[in-house]
Design a protein around this ligand. Structure first.
Ligand code: UDP
Length: 239
């Protein structure tokens, strides 16, 4: 039995919606504290942790555009929403006892650092948990795409997508009774079958750059740590 973590550096994608917990809006302080505790534990184990946080609990550009708003403006609002979540997460991580830095793809200098790749890597090497905010900084992208981009840029060993379900299913497990979970999938399977693991842009980025993804349930306590220790938690998307 090897007690060393299986990964040196990880990129964790957290959706904004997940931070909402049972609330209908904003951030649930209990969920935030639990997530912060779990990622801080990984950091204590010596794993370098980068996090891309979504903003869907506050604003989504596509949703705002449906209501008639200009899409680019809506996406700007969505990206700013991710900055709000990132600040909340940074605060929670520091209360959990680890150092953290928010780095934004959009310059908001008084509030957080700008994203500069080399500086981000330096923070990681020093054991700071880096929260990447404002997605890619461009409209028409998602934070899933931002997660694949940052993961590849910082040379992460794996991208972990933490969601509300414990992996990828052949049908929606919330609505289909005998939906089955995949242990493993190829990128092409995920793309062809439109399994909704991640958007196409993110999947293609990961496929073309050989970055494996694990999809897991962020509310299953201890699963994140087991995954990082090398256990087959959730669904692996690779190859
Ligand atoms: N967004 C964007 N460019 C990016 C990342 C995000 O314009 O690179 C905007 C987009 O409007 C998106 C919103 O930010 O709807 C929030 O991100 P996302 O929907 O990915 O959040 P999640 O679903 O993970 O909570």
């Amino acid at each position: 039995q090897d007690s060393q973590p299986a990964f040196r550096r990880i990129l964790l994608k957290l959706s904004g919606e997940a931070l909402m917990g049972q609330q209908s809006y904003g951030v649930d302080p209990d969920v935030l504290a639990q997530v912060a505790e779990e990622v801080s534990e990984l950091s204590r184990m010596g794993v370098e942790v980068g996090i891309v946080i979504g903003g869907g609990n506050i604003f989504r550009g596509a949703g705002l555009a449906q209501g008639g708003m200009d899409r680019v403006t809506g996406d700007h609002m969505g990206m700013l929403a991710t900055v709000i979540n990132a600040l909340a997460l940074q605060d929670a991580i520091e209360r959990a006892g680890r150092f953290s830095r928010v780095m934004s793809a959009i310059r908001i200098n008084q509030v957080c650092e700008d994203y500069i790749r080399r500086r981000a890597v330096r923070h990681l090497e020093k054991g700071r948990i880096v929260v990447f905010a404002a997605g890619t900084g461009n409209p028409f992208f998602t934070t899933d795409s931002a997660a694949s981009l940052r993961a590849i840029e910082i040379n992460a060993d794996i991208m972990i997508k933490a969601t509300k379900v414990d992996g990828v299913y052949d049908a929606d497990p919330m609505t289909t009774k005998d939906a089955r979970r995949y242990e493993r999938l190829t990128f092409d399977d995920a793309l062809e079958q439109r399994l909704g693991v991640m958007d196409t842009t993110a999947l293609v980025m990961c496929r073309d750059n050989g970055l494996p993804i694990r999809v897991m349930n962020m509310f299953a306590k201890g699963d994140l740590q087991r995954l990082v220790m090398g256990e087959a938690v959730g669904t692996l998307v690779e190859g």
